[in-house]
Write a protein that binds this ligand. Sequence first.
Ligand SMILES: C[S@@+](CC[C@H](N)C(=O)[O-])C[C@H]1O[C@@H](n2cnc3c(N)ncnc32)[C@H](O)[C@@H]1O
Length: 209
Amino acid sequence: MPLENSTNQAHYIEYLGIKALKSKHPGVRKIKRQQQGHSAHGNKVWRSSFVLMDYLTTYPPEEHSKVLDIGCGWGLTGLFLAKQYSAHVTGLDIDESVAPFFALQSEVNQCEMTFEARSFESLTSQELSTYQTIIGTDICFWDEMTTPLFIMLGLAIEAGVERIIIADPGRPPFWDLVDRCAEAYGAEVVTRRIYEPWKTEKYMLVIEK
Ligand SMILES: C[S@@+](CC[C@H](N)C(=O)[O-])C[C@H]1O[C@@H](n2cnc3c(N)ncnc32)[C@H](O)[C@@H]1O
């Protein structure tokens, strides 16, 4: 196996049957060297993904359902759903520089999901109508993101998406999104804590139809 695809345990965190690549993974280091100077936000797997994975073990999607992971970064949660629940997942990220990390993480986990380099703002109602579930982790970190997310989620609900779950560490723009979605779409917030691989607590905005 080439070094880039290392399955050396020091190079990843294994969680719920999925390997999350660490920055010292040789494949990750190689991609980062190639992308030197690029300031992507998707430069690691964010902790909210682990908490959402844990939440989804309690409330899993139906087998083979279609899931959209918005702002997927390296795609950890989507890969987990593809592997453990045979979900057909599309990961979407505005930053195409996350694509090689995403591809490497898919390869190391030997599971597949589709990746599209585009913004969630570009999703049409017709496209949204093909998904049962939308997930997102740590995707509401600037004030300017709240309104486009709120609008896109409204479009998704209208298009018939059955469940939306956005996990977040609790930044102010996320709470703004929560307030607006609670009023307009009946969203709820769930607090979820995990103890492995670290003790951490995150918040889930949940909309169910
Ligand atoms: C903090 S990272 C989280 C990545 C991943 N969800 C995780 O938890 O590991 C935020 C991601 O959202 C993406 N993003 C930001 N704005 C976006 C937009 N308008 N449409 C799609 N993706 C976006 C960024 O490129 C980045 O990869």
